[in-house]
Design a binder for this molecule. Structure first.
Ligand SMILES: Nc1ncnc2c1ncn2[C@@H]1O[C@H](COP(=O)(O)OP(=O)(O)OP(=O)(O)O)[C@@H](O)[C@H]1O
Length: 397
């Protein structure tokens, strides 16, 4: 099944129909007749140049900005003219500067929506603890603190916890990690993806950063000015088959490098490499290497974990009485199947080796992956994306 099929079979959670916003005094509509379907449980990222209308689009979904015309359908229900306060309780909202209430403790902030929903104290307290744990903030330590006693990254975690308070079906995120330093941002993005794999909300995420869009999005909507949709597709499709010059330019250079972040070492079958155990004798190791096409051996410990690399020179130099435990080089460039191909390539370059060692969760050697295999994987990804793009145009595969 292709990714396009799986999107079609899922239920639409948010449907925007001919959604339009005209700001008084402006010549053009900020958002102009936008049609967009967002499926249940997916992260859709709205991305595009400044002023293209992505924030206006998102804020119309919870009607912080009222549409001029068009309809918003939430889970099959037309909510364009229903009570906006009620609507906002069903939709979590995370913004760049967290919007935490400074005079309230962290616990009180996270309890905002449960209180509005009239939950009793014990249910609310339990929910606050659950949410703080979910975003990796120990309730015992942080519950009674105030926002200004937290770092920017910690405040942003609380922003996410608060938005999830009433267990909303939909979460709107407006450049949530925009004001955070790059290293913390990366960590928060990873954490958020972990949280999402547990909570499976329907998420609309606005960013101006295409790399963030590629990382976070199940699908990406690339906007041109006036909220015209240039392309609405998976990150893989957008990177491999951009719909037009505007999209290609917006992705920028290095699309192939960005694609490396979308495939994993686990997608490649590691190939075997001549391997001996630390207890093997030097003579036996020499014999194994002599019969192998490769130019070095991997030595594994009793549990099958990489212990060292040994070269023919090292084996020749070693005296008959010495052990494989004592000679060779410490292995580097070790990756797990969940590492991205980008991670694997980084390891290869940093270690200046020709292959990375692939290990399982227990550290046991599975085989190796080399640069050729990484290259083949990118090539086949590109070929399948082009086939898919042609098929969606109704052309010959
Ligand atoms: N309150 C407002 N009054 C008048 N015009 C507005 C208002 N808010 C936005 N606009 C205009 O509407 C258009 C779309 O703005 P919007 O903020 O939705 O874009 P954006 O894609 O989110 O941009 P950015 O990345 O810069 O935040 C812009 O031309 C903007 O100047």
């Amino acid at each position: 099944m292709t990714s396009a099929d799986s999107h079609e079979t899922r239920q639409v959670m948010i449907r925007l129909e001919k959604l339009t916003k005209h700001y008084p005094g402006q010549q053009r509509n900020a958002v102009d007749g936008l049609d967009l379907d967002i499926n249940e449980g997916e992260i859709v990222v709205l991305v595009g140049p400044s002023g293209c209308g992505k924030t206006t689009t998102m804020k119309m979904i919870n009607r912080i900005i009222e549409p001029t015309s068009g309809r918003i359908i939430l889970n099959g229900e037309d909510v364009t003219r229903t009570d906006a306060d009620q609507l906002r309780r069903r939709i979590g909202y995370v913004i760049q500067q967290t919007g935490l209430f400074p005079h309230m403790t962290i616990g009180e902030n996270v309890a905002t929506v449960p209180k509005l929903l009239g939950w009793d104290k014990s249910r609310t307290d339990a929910r606050v603890d659950e949410l703080l744990n979910m975003v990796n903030m120990d309730p015992e330590i942080f519950r009674h603190r105030y926002p200004k006693q937290l770092s920017g990254g910690q405040q942003q975690r609380i922003g996410v916890a608060r938005a999830l308070g009433g267990d909303p079906t939909v979460l709107l995120m407006d450049e949530p990690f925009g004001a955070i330093d790059p290293i913390t941002r990366d960590r928060l993005q990873n954490e958020f993806l972990r949280v999402q794999s547990e909570v499976r909300k329907t998420i609309v995420f606005v960013t101006h950063d295409i790399d963030e869009a590629i990382k976070m999005g199940d699908r990406i909507a690339i906007f041109k000015e006036g909220s015209q949709l240039a392309q609405y597709d998976t990150p893989e499709q957008i990177l491999t088959a951009p719909a037009d010059d505007f999209v290609a330019e917006f992705i920028g250079r290095g699309a192939s490098l960005k694609r490396l972040n979308l495939s994993y070492v686990g997608d490649i079958d590691p190939r075997p490499w001549p391997t001996v155990s630390v207890s093997t004798s030097i003579a036996e190791a020499r014999e194994t290497l002599r019969n192998a096409a490769e130019s070095a051996l991997i030595v594994v410990d009793e549990a099958g974990r990489p212990h060292s690399w040994v070269s023919p020179e090292e084996l020749n130099r070693a005296g008959e009485g010495s052990s494989l435990k004592e000679i060779g080089q410490t292995p580097r460039a070790i990756v797990e199947p969940r590492a991205t191909l980008s991670d694997a390539l980084n390891e290869l370059i940093a270690a200046r080796y020709a292959v990375t060692l692939v290990v399982d969760d227990t550290g046991k050697l599975q085989g190796v992956v080399d640069i050729e295999q990484i290259n083949d994987s990118i090539r086949s990804m590109r070929a399948s994306a082009v086939t898919e793009a042609r098929a969606s145009l109704g052309g010959e595969p």
